[in-house]
Design a protein around this ligand. Structure first.
Ligand code: ARG
Length: 658
């Protein structure tokens, strides 16, 4: 049962009766922000009044006259300038809630009437390096979307588009050929590969800074200094207004100059740090051509070079094993993990096909698709014949379309790739895949307490494994403290560890999902592990608290569920809880519309708050009579199950004791 969808459907009919085309404002029916305005509120009389040039209150009355909700709501009220307030009938709440009591599988979530096929491309790390904090968001958001869309009855195909074919492999191949420690490689392949990756990356960066970045900044400084020189003349201007403007420009330019000099200093410091390092210094000068050498190794791999191919064959399984460990810990699975390498022999065909369709033009030797309004074209093949990330993504679309004929393809990838996806989607449409819905579900950056991208003290990306370890460690401390504070501790060492794992990892996932995905957020263990507020710990605690009632009262909840014992709503907080329990379905529907899992976290938080208020006002085990006691126990049971289901749809597990 999807209450909101039902109300909107009924409004749409009433609105169309009033004025053809007016049905489109039916989506303005929303849950009320404040219970004093009823359970739901419709603001559609306002825009409609404007459109028809008549007072909105009059329009509201005409909508209400045509609205058929007598079985569902008390008579609608018109308030203020023309708001329509709706209060759901208690009978209706009771009837629908009772249907949820025995419904174990769907918990009242209605499967969609129009199931669609979604391909969800998420996580997709570049695997020659260990996973880091930057991979959390895509992995966690993508997994939650898969679970939610599946729960709604859609067909979901999850595909991890692993970066297993890019320059990072050129780096480890070069690293292996030049710097490998064979013993370390045998003992801990992934560890050795990440060391090689890091080493080569540092050396490449050293030369980029030395040969490209520093000269570019020096040039900018010279130019800016010359401009400043000229600007001095402007200080003698007659008109005070002009003088003021000139002054401002002067100050700005000076500010820029200071910044450029600071950047230059820090880059030079970086260079000297490398040069003075006893390991890096000599390597940096011995491997002066490392940048182009890495590209050459990558190109050789792509061209089928035997040695590089067999190195790749040796490296890849170790890389995959290491990311699988992380996925297991996160309890995230994929239907497919077709990495970039899977598409490499299809790339030439893609460019050929685009060319045959007249979509490709050459520009400075590169093959490009030119798109309206873009400054830069979508490059599909470089001058030297190499294919790009873009080409692989096109081949991937072609494959997915022919293999699974999806209705929608969702890419859960960070916002810095927005332009890539905009160009990809436009090209895909031109290519002839007009009907498929393409969505870039983008997200912001995980920040440290200082407001900058979250990094370790030494400035490198925070490894995902270590991040999870620390969350679990902190959770274990909380679990032990709570349990030790009991008269008789309840948890075995093993249970403490399992709980800590669920609470620690749940905290990280929930904190990520609870933020509006398009914003950045500050990563804080203290905040995410807090027992109060909109956190996983609070939700898990709420669940455990509800469940503890059954133990305390020695209640066999399974038989109570099947007993057919009727529900009652005797107190406003009891009614508010009932309404909240019935809103899971519409919440999931909202997530499926804009791919924002934070609707679900917000819902769970409201549900837990409604439960708290119910628990404060309505005695459960000590209810006045057996009938009311049973009804309240069933409400508790529904609350626990809804929280558990909601968390499960976010990829988070509950604990029985907290
Ligand atoms: N491997 C890429 C990266 O780390 C993300 C891939 C996203 N998916 C895609 N189909 N392009 O930046």
């Amino acid at each position: 049962m999807n209450l909101l969808a039902d109300l909107r459907r009924r409004f749409r009919i009433a609105l169309e009766l009033l004025d053809t085309g007016a049905g489109e404002v039916a989506d303005m029916v929303l849950p009320s922000k404040d219970p004093k305005f009823g359970d739901y509120q419709a603001n559609c009389a306002m825009p409609l009044g404007k459109r028809l040039g008549r007072p909105p209150r009059e329009i509201a009355q005409e909508i209400v006259d045509r609205l058929d909700v007598a079985d569902l709501c008390d008579p609608p009220e018109i308030a203020g300038p023309g708001f329509i307030n709706l209060r759901i009938k208690d009978d209706w709440l009771l009837k629908n809630l009772s249907q949820k009591v025995p419904d174990q599988t769907q918990l009242g979530v209605v499967p969609t009437e129009q199931p669609r096929t979604f391909v969800i491309d998420f996580s997709s790390p570049n695997v020659a390096k260990p996973m880091h904090v930057g991979h959390i968001r895509s992995t966690v958001i993508g997994d939650a979307l898969c679970r939610i869309l599946r729960q709604l009855g859609h067909r979901v195909i999850s595909d991890n588009h692993i970066g297993d074919w890019g320059t990072q492999f050129g780096m480890i191949i070069y690293g292996y050929k030049n710097f490998a420690d064979d013993q370390a490689f045998e003992k801990d392949t992934v560890g050795e590969l990440s060391r090689l990756y890091k080493l080569v990356n540092q050396l490449v960066e050293y030369h980029v800074i030395r040969e490209k970045k520093i000269p570019a900044i020096e040039q900018q400084i010279v130019e800016l200094a010359a401009r400043l020189e000229q600007m001095h003349d402007a200080t003698e201007l007659e008109d005070p207004k002009d003088r003021k403007k000139a002054d401002k420009r002067h100050r700005q330019a000076e500010g820029q100059l200071v910044e450029l000099r600071a950047t230059l200093d820090s880059l030079r410091n970086h260079l000297s740090a490398v040069e003075n390092d006893s390991l890096l210094g000599p390597l940096a000068s011995e491997h002066a051509q490392i940048g182009s050498a890495v590209l050459a190794e990558t190109a050789a791999l792509h061209a089928g070079d035997q040695t590089n191919q067999s190195l790749w064959d040796r490296f890849l399984p170790a890389c995959l094993e290491s990311i699988d460990e992380t996925y297991q810990r996160l309890n995230v699975t994929f239907d497919h993990a077709l990495g970039e390498s899977f598409y490499h022999d299809r790339l030439a065909g893609v460019v050929e096909d685009l060319t045959e369709r007249g979509l490709v033009r050459e520009s400075e030797g590169a093959k490009c698709v030119f798109l309206k309004d873009d400054d830069a074209p979508f490059i599909v093949q470089k001058k030297d014949g190499a294919f790009l990330y873009a080409t692989t993504d096109l081949a991937t679309v072609e494959y997915r379309m022919s293999e699974w004929t999806p209705d929608a393809m969702i890419y859960v990838v960070d916002h810095r790739q927005s332009f890539h996806f905009k160009q990809l989607f436009e090209t895909v449409k031109l290519w002839g895949y007009g009907d498929v819905q393409l969505e870039h579900v983008s997200f912001g950056t995980v920040l440290g307490e200082d407001g900058r991208p979250y990094k370790t003290r030494s400035g490198t990306a925070v490894g995902l494994g270590g991040l999870l370890d620390e969350a679990v460690e902190r959770a274990l401390k909380i679990v032990c403290e709570n349990d030790d504070a009991r008269d008789t501790p309840l948890l075995s060492q093993e249970q403490r560890q399992t709980n800590a794992e669920r609470i620690g990892i749940g905290a990280i996932k929930y904190a990520d999902l609870a933020h509006n995905r398009t914003s950045d957020y500050v990563f804080s263990y203290d905040k995410m592990l807090a027992m109060n507020g909109n956190t996983a710990a609070y939700m898990q605690y709420s669940y455990a608290r509800v469940r503890s009632i059954f133990g305390k009262g020695d209640i066999d909840i399974d038989s109570l569920r099947s007993s057919g014992s009727p529900l009652q709503l005797t107190h406003p907080s009891e009614r508010a809880l009932a309404l909240a329990l019935l809103q899971l379905s519409e919440t999931l529907q909202r997530v499926a519309t804009d791919f924002r899992p934070n609707h679900l976290t917000a819902y769970l938080f409201e549900l837990a708050s409604a439960y708290s208020s119910f628990f404060e006002h309505c005695p459960v085990l000590k209810a006045e009579d057996a009938g009311l006691r049973n009804s309240r126990l069933l409400l508790c049971d529904l609350t626990a199950r809804t929280i558990a289901r909601g968390l499960n749809l976010l990829g988070i597990e509950v604990v029985e004791r907290m």
